[in-house]
Ligand binder design. Structure first.
Ligand SMILES: [Zn+2]
Length: 119
């Protein structure tokens, strides 16, 4: 049975989405600043810093995608339903990762597959 997303669950997701967007804006600004005010004396540490910011941007972009996906998915299948196996996702897990659309078992499987694709 599809579970309709409650108003507070949707608010949690939307709130999170706003936070991630703000975070992304800040990181992009930071990255631009790193590039513009290049410190010639300290190129190596600048590059490390830039890599770090870029990695964080990618992480947050993924999170933003996940949140958008979870909101869409909630409208289609219901919130808290695993999109792979259709089981209910552990509420505790949803509380920690409101943007998740996979139960823990499917998530582990997906991660294993993801690692294999990377190799
Ligand atoms: Zn599942």
């Amino acid at each position: 049975m599809a579970k309709k997303i409650t108003k507070s669950q949707l608010e949690t997701l939307e709130h999170q989405r706003e936070q991630v967007k703000t975070e992304l804006e800040n990181l992009r600004k930071e990255l631009r600043a790193e590039i513009e005010f290049d410190d010639v004396d300290d190129v190596a540490s600048d590059l490390v810093e830039r890599d770090k910011i870029q990695a964080m941007i990618i992480t947050f972009e993924r999170k933003l995608d996940d949140i958008n996906h979870a909101i869409q998915q909630a409208e289609v299948m219901g919130y808290g339903i695993c999109e792979m196996c259709g089981n209910t996702i552990d509420p505790e897990r949803l509380e920690i990762f409101p943007e998740t659309t996979l139960c823990i078992n499917c998530k582990r499987q997906a991660e294993r597959r993801g690692r294999m694709q990377q190799m």
